[in-house]
Write a new protein. Structure first.
Length: 232
């Protein structure tokens, strides 16, 4: 059976028309697949970046864990400092409370009692920085000078008076020091037997504790304990 030449020509023409169209469709499908793959790859590449950005915004989990620990250490350190300070303040308060008030029956100043011997004083305080004689109405006195205080000895070589005139010297009287206000003295030692703008004094057995006060500032200038036959 012979195929007419016209049909062969028609078939060739149709083939030439269809092939470019199929090629275009295949190329289009290939391009579409490539774009889809590229989009998937781009999406995959962006995910770590988004994750990184998310971590930056929310903060490193390790940092979130470590931060409370740091805060706890700082708080603990603050508490330790406060406890140390409170302990020191408590120690000072306790030491002040341990110092007795002025005892009229056994008067002392700077831990020195009247009628103590010269040898006992030198054993306790060492050699004086200076010493000299001072004429007294009743009898001459020998004065021993120490840092911030002086001690007078009578002819029997016993303490006649003790005087403190610098704030560095502990008086042994409830924390009272030179340059403290007169009101603080009265609060610590109680109501005095005598009080003026110049003097605050407390009577004792055969002795007198006298505090000289600046009338302008009301600050204590010197504290003296001395023997008397009769309280002034």
């Amino acid at each position: 059976m012979k195929i007419p030449i016209k049909l062969i020509y028609v078939g060739l023409i149709l083939s030439l028309a269809i092939l470019p169209s199929c090629s275009s469709v295949m190329d289009s499908a290939s391009l579409t697949n490539g774009q889809t793959s590229s989009k998937v790859q781009q999406s995959t590449d962006k995910e770590p970046a988004k994750l990184a950005d998310s971590n930056q915004e929310s903060g490193d989990p390790n940092d979130a864990i470590d931060q409370p620990s740091k805060n706890k250490i700082e708080i603990s350190s603050s508490k330790d400092t406060k406890n140390t300070k409170d302990s020191k303040d408590s120690s000072k308060a306790t030491k002040k409370q341990e110092e007795p008030a002025f005892d009229p029956q056994n008067p002392k100043l700077a831990g020195i009692a009247l009628s103590e011997s010269k040898d006992k004083i030198t054993n306790k305080l060492g050699k004086p920085s200076d010493h000299y004689k001072m004429d007294d109405e009743d009898a001459p006195l020998e004065i021993y000078e120490y840092n911030g205080m002086s001690i007078g000895f009578n002819e029997s070589n016993t303490v006649e008076f003790v005087e403190v005139f610098q704030k560095e010297v502990a008086t042994g009287l409830r924390g009272i020091r030179i340059n403290q206000h007169a009101d603080q003295v009265i609060k610590a030692l109680g109501k005095p037997d005598r009080e003026t703008d110049y003097v605050i004094s407390y009577n004792a057995k055969d002795a007198l504790l006298k505090l000289d006060v600046d009338p302008m500032t009301h600050l204590v200038q010197s504290i003296k304990l001395f023997q008397v036959t009769k309280a002034e």
